[in-house]
Write a protein that binds this ligand. Structure first.
Ligand code: FNR
Length: 188
């Protein structure tokens, strides 16, 4: 039987044009099995979550994000660490996707988390703060392999190409595990 194609929404927690998080997201898509297709979700234009805007005509970008999440089979979060937690822009996207009450777009979408840092801890704090929110919005998140990518500047060239073979192997193994994780979650 042919392997079903799974649409993965990619949510990058950095707005920087040349962000290492976006480089990592790209590298992941390059080594992922063909059964996974990827769409980057824009989160930089979402107004801050404010329940007063939750009318019959909420901000267009909120509706767009919610529809894109609902249309996906799975979620890949790639985030830097800001002050030992997740960037505000990512927290805002999670809030927007989780509302209005009773219409949580994230619900039951299998997910994976990659965190990174220019220094040595690989964004461990951000990774686990994100996982805490993913529990609440009911995203069954792949446990292993964990992906904390430290010292990012050493791993990419000036064009954002991954030049570190061990990171490539790690991402490839993780992408394969994620594809299996999605298959199992989607069968439920
Ligand atoms: C950082 N950075 C950072 N790094 C880290 O390992 N732990 C941290 O808590 C923080 N905190 C932090 C706060 C803020 C406001 C900024 C702007 C940066 C450094 C961070 O790892 C570095 O800037 C990364 O390059 C950010 O990821 P992108 O934008 O390259 O994806």
């Amino acid at each position: 039987m042919a392997t079903p194609t799974r649409k993965v929404a990619v949510i990058v927690g950095s707005l920087r044009k040349n962000s290492y998080s976006s480089f990592l997201a790209r590298a992941f898509t390059e080594v992922a099995p063909e059964s996974l297709t990827f769409q980057n979700l824009e989160i930089g234009d979402l107004p801050f979550y404010n329940e007063d805007l939750e009318t019959s005509t909420p901000p267009e970008s909120w509706t767009r994000l919610r529809e894109q999440i609902k249309a996906s089979d799975a979620l890949l979060f790639v985030t830097p660490e800001y002050n030992r937690s997740i960037p505000g822009v990512l927290a805002n996207a999670i809030d927007v996707g989780s509302r209005p009450y009773g219409h949580n777009a994230w619900d039951k979408k299998p997910g994976a988390v990659i965190s990174s840092s220019i220094s040595s801890l690989g964004g461990f704090g951000a990774n686990h703060h994100l996982r805490q929110s993913l529990v609440f919005v009911n995203v069954p998140t792949m446990q292993q392999p964990e992906l904390y990518i430290p010292n990012t500047p050493e791993r990419f060239d000036n064009d954002g190409n991954l030049i570190d073979a061990s990171t490539r192997t790690m991402l490839k193994d993780a992408a394969q595990a994620f594809a299996s994780w999605i298959d199992r979650a989607c069968l439920r």
